[in-house]
Design a protein around this ligand. Structure first.
Ligand SMILES: *[C@@H]1O[C@H](CO)[C@@H](O)[C@H](O)[C@H]1NC(C)=O
Ligand SMILES: *[C@@H]1O[C@H](CO)[C@@H](O)[C@H](O)[C@H]1NC(C)=O
Ligand SMILES: *[C@@H]1O[C@H](CO)[C@@H](O)[C@H](O)[C@H]1NC(C)=O
Ligand SMILES: *[C@@H]1O[C@H](CO)[C@@H](O)[C@H](O)[C@H]1NC(C)=O
Ligand SMILES: *[C@@H]1O[C@H](CO)[C@@H](O)[C@H](O)[C@H]1NC(C)=O
Ligand SMILES: *[C@@H]1O[C@H](CO)[C@@H](O)[C@H](O)[C@H]1NC(C)=O
Ligand SMILES: *[C@@H]1O[C@H](CO)[C@@H](O)[C@H](O)[C@H]1NC(C)=O
Ligand SMILES: *[C@@H]1O[C@H](CO)[C@@H](O)[C@H](O)[C@H]1NC(C)=O
Length: 493
């Protein structure tokens, strides 16, 4: 046996089929010939011992030390060896290894272990391939869902609650699968982790299901309960979903609509649509729908008449409608079940009859709105020099609980609403865009500027109402009913 003496000594195993170890087989160093061969071919002499370090690949040494491999002396003692220098100056030495001294059995065991490990690795690898396949199936599924949600968003007339329920179910199903996948995926779960990162777009008042538009970014938002204010200020607003033309038709360009909000039954509110009469002043007829589907299909509505509301400032809260009584500064509470005005109250000092309405919108001197904290009214007084005044009302008695004066002139805003005790005002940028440009925080009395663009369908936004549970705006836009999703900053200020 010929070996080259070097500085490092390592045992290396070639994986694969190995012929029974033959102690008389040639071994050589340098990795240049035998080792390389054996690892690629798995062929003869595969289980090799590599003792090396010399870069010399010269075969001279082996010929020089000569004569091994002729089968001579397999029983000779280990101490029999010769050393010599080849012409490169490398020390060559021949060692005779009798069978008994070479750990052939251990080598075999190692080979076996290596084989087992290799098999395990192959199995894991095929599992990974399977997971990758599954993930790509889910990814396709997800983008299909995304496309469907987008279609529903764009073409809102054709979707129903059922569609959303179905999508929710499917998304839930996928969540289960992803959790399953993650369980199997101990270690390299980076891809799966990526599947369930942030993303914060909530659809249709179901904040537990959130998908981002790239379709790979789902998360299960549990942090903000419905109707809660555990978030910051309004940060952005979606594009509008056009729900439908109002039930009275195209000429009824002015009006107001929304969904009843009752903190005790936050998800149960009926939908109401109140187009003003065609002169844009009197609110006389309104319709109620028990479900979203009824609203979309204009079916099963209850129609009632009042004499008369003024302007499009009405809101519905706890199954009562609140509005400004025509030609007065009186505000009323109307029981929607009986259509009776249960309470009438004179809003102290409130300007009325188009004294301080909104920019380009008439007769809305007194504008009601609802948020997480209850019922509010937005108006102006002579004392406020036409600047916006906000009052929080007792929703049973209509008494003013507290009032805030702002520095924002009411006639220069196009509309306003309140979210979590913060008043937001819009102004018109052009025929396609409004802008949420101003806020007033009733908690801190801090006011400031914002710049949140708000697309619209038609030129004038006649009314905006906020729904705390859905965190949506209900907007009446020249006869069309729109709604928008609001997006919030993460942390309360
Ligand atoms: C060992 O190598 C020598 C020289 O390279 C060769 O002549 C001999 O046949 C080889 N022996 C075996 C068992 O492969
Ligand atoms: C070692 O070298 C000597 C002299 O060159 C020679 O007589 C002897 O047989 C060699 N031994 C082996 C094991 O090759
Ligand atoms: C989504 O999948 C459904 C069936 O699973 C199929 O009918 C529909 O065409 C797909 N939609 C898209 C946009 O790929
Ligand atoms: C998910 O969305 C967040 C922003 O909401 C983004 O930072 C993150 O990179 C997205 N992750 C993936 C995998 O797209
Ligand atoms: C705000 O929302 C609009 C419409 O969805 C979107 O185009 C825009 O990129 C958003 N802006 C920010 C800062 O997120
Ligand atoms: C409306 O009036 C009916 C009959 O008086 C009453 O039962 C109901 O509680 C009232 N609704 C509200 C919201 O006050
Ligand atoms: C509203 O008025 C009613 C009747 O006076 C009273 O019971 C209730 O506590 C008041 N609510 C608030 C929030 O002040
Ligand atoms: C403002 O809100 C914080 C937290 O919601 C509350 O602790 C604080 O009392 C509020 N301040 C006022 C003036 O209402």
């Amino acid at each position: 046996m010929v070996m080259r003496v070097g500085l490092l000594c390592l045992l290396s195993l070639a994986v694969g089929d190995v012929e029974p170890y033959d102690s008389r087989a040639n071994f050589s160093s340098g990795g240049s010939s035998r080792f390389g061969d054996s690892s690629s071919s798995g062929g003869g002499g595969g289980g090799g011992i590599f003792l090396g370090g010399s870069s010399s690949s010269s075969r001279a040494g082996s010929s020089h030390s000569g004569g091994f491999g002729s089968g001579g002396g397999s029983s000779q003692p280990f101490s029999n060896f010769n050393g010599s220098l080849d012409h490169h100056g490398t020390c060559q030495c021949s060692v005779l290894l009798p069978d008994t001294t070479f750990p052939a059995d251990r080598l075999e065991q190692l080979e076996f272990t290596a084989h087992t490990l290799s098999e395990k690795f192959q199995k894991e690898l095929s599992q990974v391939h399977k997971y990758i396949e599954m993930i790509s199936v889910y990814a396709k599924h997800l983008s299909n869902l995304t496309v469907r949600v987008e279609i529903m968003e764009k073409d809102s007339i054709s979707y129903t609650e059922l569609d959303f329920e179905l999508i929710k179910l499917e998304v839930k199903e996928m969540e289960k699968l992803i959790i399953e996948l993650k369980k199997n995926f101990v270690g390299s779960s980076e891809i799966v982790d990526q599947l369930e990162v942030e993303g914060t777009v909530s659809y249709c008042g179901t904040p537990e299901v959130a998908m981002s538009r790239n379709g790979f970014n789902i998360t299960w938002l549990l942090q903000v309960p419905e109707g809660s204010c555990a978030h910051g200020r309004v940060a952005n607003i979606s594009r509008p979903a056009v729900v439908q033309l109002n039930w009275r038709g195209f000429p009824y360009k002015s009006g107001v609509w929304g969904q009843d909000y009752s903190p005790r039954h936050p998800g149960k509110g009926l939908y109401w649509v109140a187009p003003l009469n065609s002169e844009g002043r009197y609110m006389e007829y309104y319709r109620l729908y028990n479900t979203w589907d009824d609203l979309l299909l204009y079916t099963h509505s209850r129609e009632s008449r009042v004499t008369y509301g003024q302007g499009a400032g009405a809101v519905v809260y706890n199954s009562n409608m609140y509005f400004n009584l025509h030609n007065t500064r009186n505000i009323v509470k109307l029981n929607l079940t009986t259509n009776k005005m249960d309470v009438t109250y004179t809003l102290p000092d409130a300007a009325f009859n188009n004294r301080f309405s909104y920019a380009n919108i008439e007769w809305q001197d007194i504008d009601f709105t609802v948020d997480e904290k209850g019922l509010w009214v937005i108006y102006s007084t002579e004392a406020s020099t036409g600047n916006i005044v906000i009052s929080q009302l007792n929703d049973s008695t209509l008494e003013v609980l507290r009032t805030w004066q702002t520095k924002q002139f009411k006639l220069s805003v196009s509309n306003a609403f309140v979210v979590c005790g913060v008043l937001y005002a819009t102004r018109t940028l052009n025929t396609r865009m409004e802008e949420i440009f101003y806020y007033f925080d009733t908690n801190t009395s801090v006011e400031g500027q914002l710049s949140i663009p708000m697309y619209k369908m038609q030129e004038k936004v006649q009314s905006i109402n906020y729904h705390p549970m859905e965190q949506k705006l209900y907007v009446y836009n020249d006869g069309y009913l729109l709604n928008y999703d609001l997006f919030f900053l993460q942390k309360p200020q």
